[in-house]
Design a protein around this ligand. Structure first.
Ligand SMILES: *Cc1c(COP(=O)(O)O)cnc(C)c1O
Length: 431
């Protein structure tokens, strides 16, 4: 260990390091992490050695918890062979093995894998593929994406263009982003059939109006994540599929958050198959940044028929062997356990624990899906107060907008879940 004190680390951090969505000049507090194992983070500095239960899985990614022996071993083994080589003109076993697994565990028609270096980049690649596919089919005028309000697809420019234009974090970019076509977001999970039908009619109408310029549809299937933690009915997925088919649009499911079991389905795409699937976040069990775009053969053929004939994209760290090796190990680990029961166990305990919060003043809604629990307030959360109260209760949470929510690592124990629920309650009352 270096001799640098916690105070010195935090003070350099405060002066020099940007944090996500955080002011450089008026930063909100950050906590120093000195260790992480299982479903717990160890905090340093003022919290000197205190362990907190992690409710965030490091933004949906650490599904197996921290310092998992199997993932550590996969990483070390690959580092002992080689850590990286370019993917242009070269290939390697970690990439092939991961590709094989992704083709195996995703629905049958999805069989062509593009490895990207982050979720946002995979969305860029998917959108580029959609445009190239339409060009390959002789429809260069099809340049816009249809999506729904309330979505989140990443922070790069094309990804921002399909993210919610009002509630999203990107409203200031209006005018600089490629103009996309937005329809209302689906009604919430449990909506009545006539409400779903009315939404579908509106979506159809928007698609009809714009069909001559539409290239594809992109949505987060079943659960909108960072756009508002909004689960919606399964039957809406079929509506996206039908509209895509009616108008010759490429259907993209962004499962960067929902993939790898989080909603109770290994992939939501197992319910309704898209033409392009983006996965990321939990792909490497939260160890390293990696995402994948998986397409049908028809999409690959369409792209090949476009002017350039190739996907014009190739990140320096494409197919990084360390990331691929740990991703394969993470997938093997997930499939080797009874992940469905685990996700249900977590979901049941979260909903039983959170339901009583519904009657608290300031609480607008409580909702759960899979291993995700959400408390929506009737006001913007005071993030500093809510985070502080959660840590006091022994829990790490990162609320946003009007939402206090959790999607813990699947390895979380029942006792830790009870602590987590208490922490959410404390955050709700403080925030
Ligand atoms: C997090 C997220 C992204 C962006 O992924 P990054 O790895 O942060 O670039 C895109 N889409 C969805 C649905 C996400 O949850």
């Amino acid at each position: 260990m270096s001799a640098t004190t916690a105070g010195e680390l935090l003070s350099f951090d405060r002066e020099h390091l940007w944090h996500p969505y955080t002011s450089m000049t008026e930063p909100t507090p950050v906590r120093l992490v000195t260790g992480a194992t299982g479903a717990r983070l160890t905090l340093g500095g003022e919290h000197d050695g205190r362990e907190v239960v992690d409710g965030m899985s490091s933004w949906w990614s650490a599904i197996h918890g921290y310092a998992h022996p199997a993932l550590d071993a996969a990483l070390v083994a690959q580092a002992g062979r080689f850590s990286h080589v370019m993917f242009g003109g070269l290939t390697h076993e970690p990439a092939v093995e991961l590709g094989r697994r992704l083709v195996d565990i995703t629905p049958e028609p999805l069989e062509r894998v593009f490895l990207a270096d982050s979720g946002s980049v995979s969305v860029e690649v998917a959108m580029k593929m959609v445009l190239q596919y339409q060009r390959g089919r002789g429809r260069p005028d099809r340049t816009r994406m249809l999506t729904v309000l309330g979505g989140y697809h990443g922070d790069t420019f094309d990804a921002m263009s399909v993210t919610d234009p009002v509630g999203g974090m990107h409203s200031m970019w209006q005018g600089l982003l490629p103009p996309q076509v937005f329809a209302p977001r689906p009604p919430g999970a449990g909506a009545a059939a006539d409400e779903i039908a009315a939404w579908a009619t509106t979506l159809r109408h928007v698609a009809d109006q714009h069909h001559h310029e539409l290239a594809g549809i992109i949505v987060e299937p079943l659960l909108q994540g960072a756009g508002g933690m909004w689960p919606y009915p399964e039957s809406c997925l079929q509506v996206f599929r039908e509209i895509a088919d009616e108008h010759g649009l490429v259907l993209v499911f962004d499962e960067i958050a929902t993939g790898f079991g989080r909603t109770g389905h290994l992939f939501v795409s197992d319910l309704v198959t898209p033409d392009i699937l983006c996965v990321g976040k939990a792909l490497t069990g939260g160890y390293l940044t990696l995402a994948a775009v998986i397409t049908t053969d028809a999409v690959a053929r369409g792209i090949s028929a476009s002017e350039s004939g190739v996907v014009m994209h190739g990140p320096t760290f494409m197919g990084n062997p360390l990331a691929c090796a740990v991703a394969s190990a993470s997938i093997d680990l997930l499939l080797a356990e009874d992940w469905t029961s685990t996700v249900h166990r977590i979901g049941d305990r979260l909903s039983a624990g959170l339901e009583p919060l519904r009657i608290l003043p300031g609480v607008r809604d409580v909702r759960t899906i899979g291993a995700v629990g959400v408390v929506q307030l009737d006001h913007e959360v005071d993030v500093v107060a809510a985070t502080g109260a959660a840590i006091e209760a022994g829990v790490w949470l990162r609320p946003f907008r009007d939402l206090v929510y959790a999607m813990p690592p699947y390895v979380i124990s029942d006792d830790e879940l009870d602590v987590l629920v208490t922490g959410i309650g404390a955050a709700v009352q403080a925030g």
